[in-house]
Design a protein around this ligand. Structure first.
Ligand SMILES: [Zn+2]
Length: 89
């Protein structure tokens, strides 16, 4: 019974690790969580949504007016707001 619990924890940890990688979440944090709380962690990672990437290569929506803007634009062509890429440089 004891070993069955250990094996369950390891399988759960590895499962959470893989799921977290696919969902852009912290794999090592989820691995530990899966080891400590096998069933709860598996359910939590299964229902959690994929983390969205901040800005997509193809383009994005203007935060002011929602107009579709290409990623190389510095100003919104619709409302003229200036974009701040400082976190990316
Ligand atoms: Zn705009």
């Amino acid at each position: 019974m004891f070993w069955a619990g250990i094996i369950m924890s390891i399988i759960s940890g590895v499962f959470c690790f893989q799921m977290a990688k696919e969902k852009n979440r912290e794999p090592w944090a989820w691995l530990v969580l899966g080891l400590v709380l096998p069933l709860i962690a598996v359910i939590a990672i299964s229902v959690s949504s994929t983390k969205k990437v901040q800005r997509e290569e193809a383009g994005f929506s203007c935060p002011e007016c929602g107009h579709d803007v290409r990623s190389e634009e510095k100003y919104c062509p619709n409302c003229g707001v200036e974009f701040d890429w400082s976190e990316n440089s």
